[in-house]
Design a protein around this ligand. Structure first.
Ligand code: AHR
Length: 503
């Protein structure tokens, strides 16, 4: 089996927005409590944050983290999370049928984000609340002082504003599971009016309108058209969400799901262009893929908690344990984002710790990296610069929902200032190596400096507390650079990150 790839340094798709590799932390499950925050943990710092988790987050280096939800935000009162901690109310969270202590609020999350070296991306509640709560929250977070809400922030111990630039206008407002679900016209109007008020405060903030909860919703994609018809001139991004499952345990179909991501991006790109033309607008709206990941391993187990009569505190829900095949799919999805980086500027893997997450913890115990940590780590570290256009000639196979899928999944990024070309490669073939012939043109000298690979004999192997390193990258081999070409064999069902020095 052979594949040919050609790329040239001048054939650029787009500069990659560093926010393509973002994360997400929602008040649900053990994401916050016993995830990032556990005052009794042996590694807890003076603020109660787990330093073992902070170390892993810093390694992953998400440029920003979306907070506080998710479904949680649609009935959240942000004021519950400010002021003296012993006076904060305990609430019943209707989204996840859990008890919320509010021991973490905006101040604590901001402190954690600073320690983690990441930016905040905040969501406002457009489910149970609306314009007023949103503008007050923005004033609290971003105004220097001399107004009621900003002075309240100062009184609560934070003198400087946080200057958060990126704001989500609600979450999944088309979903019947959402508190305060709305029709497209209702939501579009509310998003426009809320966005108008928020931008009246500061024109430089960026706003994300809710797209469909997924491309299988009945109202997709007319939801996006109606919403953008209302708020195109006010918002900067439309959100896409997608979660992947493998209930049928069909490897070929599973690894083909990234092609559905591609079609989803192309379709919504078309909707954006249609509304832009309809409005004779000069402004461009981009895609914010602010929830994506594999989510199905834990679903059956979680039913009990979510449908039960209790209101547990930080129950262990959505704790998917990821295997090698999940990591391969994640590698393909990240490649898709890079290849579509002209449309997708921001993306957040959902989520970051414990809840469908690359980082897992035991309460009182260990923290470790799941298999899916690694493709995100390589992309976030090395997928910065210009995404390069590739001419790919690969053998294909037939997948159930998407038709022909190439065995070779590849993306390429040129970091001009650092002097690197990085290739991310997945061979989807179940048992055949791929003989790869890649022409890398427009560079005087190329040297293969680093080759890391993820592979293994057991696709269902996972990392666990006692065995945190069953799946981890190892130095790759079998691919060589000669002048302007990269040649060699790519093992079946393997992921690769190749770093080439250009000078
Ligand atoms: O990430 C878990 C949940 O998935 C989020 O709360 C919601 O937005 C989506 O349905």
């Amino acid at each position: 089996m052979q594949a040919r790839v050609t790329l040239h340094r001048d054939y650029v798709i787009s500069p990659i927005d560093p926010r393509l590799y973002g994360g997400f932390l929602e008040h649900m499950g053990r994401a916050i409590y016993s995830g990032i925050y556990e005052p009794e943990h042996p590694t807890a710092d003076e603020d109660g944050f787990r330093q073992d988790v902070l170390t892993l987050v810093k390694e992953l280096a998400p440029p920003m983290v979306r907070y506080p939800g998710g479904n949680f935000v649609s009935a959240y009162n942000w004021e519950d999370g400010i002021g003296p901690r012993d006076q904060r109310p305990v609430r019943l969270d209707l989204a996840w049928h859990s008890r919320e202590s509010n021991q973490i609020g905006i101040h604590e999350f901001a402190d954690w984000a600073t320690k983690a070296g990441t930016q905040m991306m905040l969501a406002v509640n457009l489910g149970s609340r609306g314009i007023d709560a949103a503008r007050n929250f923005l004033e609290y977070v971003n105004h220097p002082g001399g107004s009621a809400w900003s002075d309240q922030r100062i009184a609560n111990g934070r003198s400087e504003p946080w200057n958060v630039k990126l704001w989500c206008l609600g979450n999944e407002m088309d979903g019947p599971w959402q508190i305060g679900q709305k029709s497209a016209a209702e939501y579009g109007h509310l998003a426009h009016e809320t966005g108008k008020a928020m931008k009246a405060f500061d024109r430089s903030i960026e706003l994300v309108a809710c797209g469909s909860s997924n491309p299988y919703m009945e109202s997709y994609p007319s939801w996006e058209a109606s919403v953008l018809d209302e708020c195109y001139e006010t918002v900067d991004y439309i959100s896409l969400h997608m979660y992947f499952t493998n209930y049928s345990d069909h490897l070929g179909d599973y690894l083909a799901l990234s092609e559905q991501v591609d079609q989803y991006i192309v379709s919504i790109g078309g909707v954006i262009d249609y509304i832009k033309a309809k409005k004779r607008s000069r402004k461009s709206v981009y895609i914010c893929f602010d929830e994506w990941n594999v989510w199905y391993h834990s679903k059956e187990r979680d039913r009990q908690v979510l449908e039960g009569d209790d209101w547990p505190f930080a129950p262990p829900i959505l704790e998917d344990i990821y295997n090698l095949e999940d990591a391969l799919l994640i590698g393909c999805v990240l490649n898709t984002f890079i290849r579509r980086s002209d449309r997708v500027k921001i993306a957040c893997m959902a989520q970051l710790v414990n809840v469908i997450a690359p980082i897992m913890t035991e309460k009182g115990g260990a923290a470790w990296k799941q298999s899916i940590f690694y493709p995100l780590y390589f992309a976030s570290r090395y997928g910065q610069g210009n995404a390069l256009r590739l001419a790919v000639d690969s053998p294909t196979y037939e997948a159930s929902d998407v038709g022909e899928v190439p065995y070779l999944d590849i993306s390429a990024v040129h970091d001009e200032s650092g002097g690197w070309v990085t290739l991310f490669i997945v061979n989807r073939h179940p048992d055949e190596a791929l003989a790869l012939d890649t022409e890398i043109l427009g560079f005087e000298r190329l040297a293969l400096v680093e080759h890391q690979t993820l592979r293994g004999d057991d696709l269902k192997a996972v990392n666990e507390a006692g065995h945190p390193e069953r799946i981890q990258p190892v130095p790759g081999s079998g691919l060589e650079v000669d002048t302007n070409s990269l040649q060699g064999k790519v093992a079946p069902l393997s992921y690769h990150c190749l770093r080439l020095r250009t000078s």
